[in-house]
Ligand binder design. Structure first.
Ligand code: GLN
Length: 543
């Protein structure tokens, strides 16, 4: 019998509901249950792929090619397992299934209504995710905040699922308790209101997770218990912590796993050492003193550093994992590629870093700045990892400055360019001509064969790998020979040798570009080989 735990947010957004959901999963997993997590995003977009990163943050790509919310990335990192497309849904996705069903006469002539048909489809999707993962417990995070119009139908689905299986469904509300400066005291009223609002959807929370700057005291627990109708031992403190990885450890200390087991009447299982491993890592990271300084050359920081960090969250986490592996404390700096176009002399700041990453991106703003940065990195022996667009731009830089193709460019930058080193493949042209942009890039896991004696073959200790992609443009095979003749090594290709997946250059401490996104597969307990080699080179290279 599968059990379901819904996680909803009260009072305001950005209180770490995703991390809370992933941490609940983590502590239950360490008690011996098989877990999976589902993310519900209430927006109409069918997936996160068509949104600007400043709008949405990172688009996380699953092995089976879905463009999802960054929370799916947290679930993968916390649970150390792949999460499938079926674990992600949006309003757009649910509605299109229901409308398609109706067009295909699946409702047998009935009037198709928002309720119950939309919630029924939501429930079907939740159950499907649980079945595919063979999960004992499914944690479902409902996006948005209680009281919003957007997530009402998902709450309705949760209520209906509970009605069907009263003993198998639990509700957790992650709420925010402000401590206003002038008052100096933690206030519970906003949470009381949020619980009442949730009650109007026919849902009573079983557990309150109290997000606040500090731990919640006994007095406030009593108050919340009385006014929110939640037993005191199910009101759990969730104070701010230094690292997201500490949240699970705190929850365990507070007995959250016990409470969930008791509410869902789960049979006791033998636990495992998952949390011990987690704690060891968390303790170790706190003691690290020696730094490794990494620069990320990007452009998505219109509204401050926060957005940039959100746009590249998996890259940041992958840097952390690899740095911790080598017992170093990562210090990450954001470097604006736009700046390098306006003030070329600023480029010299790159030499202050131990290593530089040029991550994925889209469009032509800031591109010349990135190419200039890559040129400086290559010529000054700064360890480099180019991801997706970063790899494409590295080949363009090489073509321009080593192979002498001065006007080398990408079709994405200049459609009419004479020397398109990066171009669109035929099937993509067809899609673009039909304005068919959503979900039509090369997406998800693809095999890649590594060439003999290449750096990457040594790094991966393997001849064939599988990595996740998200891009429309590809390396143009017409330029393969000229670039190889001028020293570029094509060290990874698709098994049929038609697609260039990895490039590297010799006589450089670390200059590797990959067409895929290695960051999506890095885990705290299993850093990614390419990030490991990049960080190692950043630590070892004396310049
Ligand atoms: N814009 C490039 C492409 O579509 C690279 C995409 C990316 O970096 N994810 O091919």
């Amino acid at each position: 019998m599968t059990k379901y735990v819904f996680v909803v947010g009260g009072v305001m957004s950005s209180v770490g509901k995703g991390i809370a959901a992933a941490s609940c999963a983590k502590i239950l997993e360490s008690r011996g249950y098989n877990l999976t997590c589902v993310k519900i995003d209430p927006y109409i977009n069918v997936d996160a792929g068509t949104m600007n990163p400043t709008e949405h943050g990172e688009v996380f790509v699953t092995d089976d090619g879905d463009e999802t919310d960054q929370d799916i990335g947290n679930y993968e990192r916390f649970l150390n397992k792949n999460i499938l497309s079926s674990n992600y849904m949006t309003t757009g996705r649910v509605y299109s299934t229901v409308i398609n069903n109706e067009r295909n006469l699946k409702y047998k002539g009935k009037c198709v209504e928002v309720v119950p048909h939309i919630p029924v489809e939501v429930i079907r999707r939740i159950k499907e995710a649980g079945n595919k993962a063979d999960a004992d417990i499914v944690i479902i995070e409902i996006g948005g905040t209680i009281g919003e119009y957007q997530n009402l139908l998902f709450l309705e689905a949760a209520r209906m699922l509970k009605l069907e299986n009263p003993k198998d469904v639990a509700f957790i509300m992650v709420s925010y308790l402000p401590i206003p400066k002038m008052v100096g005291e933690m206030k519970t009223k906003p949470t009381q209101s949020a619980v009442r609002t949730l009650n109007t959807s026919g849902i009573q929370p079983d557990i309150l997770l109290c997000r606040a700057e500090t731990s919640i005291d006994e007095k406030r627990k009593e108050k919340l218990s009385t006014f929110c109708n939640v037993p005191k031992d199910r009101i759990i403190a969730a104070p701010d912590v230094a690292s997201i990885y500490d949240v699970a450890l705190n929850f365990e200390k507070e007995g959250l796993d016990e409470r969930i087991i008791e509410i869902l009447q789960l049979e006791k299982r033998e636990g495992n050492d998952q949390l011990k491993v987690w704690k060891k890592l968390s303790d170790k990271t706190k003691k690290l003193k020696e730094e490794v300084k990494i620069g990320i050359v990007g452009k998505y920081f219109k509204t401050g550093d926060y957005v940039l960090a959100d746009s590249y969250i998996s890259v940041i986490e992958a840097i952390k994992h690899a740095s911790w592996f080598y017992n170093k404390k990562p210090v990450i700096s954001w470097l604006s590629s736009d700046e390098y176009e306006k003030n070329p002399e600023k480029i010299e700041e790159l030499s202050l870093y131990d290593g530089i990453i040029v991550p994925g991106g889209f469009g032509n703003r800031g591109i010349e700045g990135k190419i200039k940065a890559i040129n400086y990195i290559r010529e000054n022996n700064i360890p480099f990892l180019g991801i997706c667009y970063g790899m494409q731009l590295a080949t363009i830089e090489y073509a321009r400055n080593v192979a002498g193709i001065k006007d080398a460019t990408s079709e994405e930058i200049d459609k009419k360019g004479d020397n398109l080193i990066i171009h669109t493949m035929a099937d993509q042209i067809e899609k673009i001509n039909k304005y068919n942009y959503g979900g039509t890039m090369r997406l998800g896991a693809y095999a890649c064969v590594l060439s003999n004696k290449s750096k990457v073959q040594k790094i991966y200790k393997d001849g064939e790998i599988s990595e996740r992609h998200r891009h429309r443009y590809e390396f143009n095979n017409k330029y393969r020979k000229v670039l190889e003749d001028s020293g570029l090594i094509i060290s990874g290709t698709s098994p049929d040798n038609k697609l260039v997946e990895i490039i590297e250059i010799p006589n450089h401490p670390h200059f590797i570009g990959c067409q895929f996104h290695p960051e999506f597969k890095s885990r705290p307990v299993k850093p990614h080989p390419l990030f490991k080699s990049f960080i190692k080179a950043s630590i070892d290279t004396k310049r």
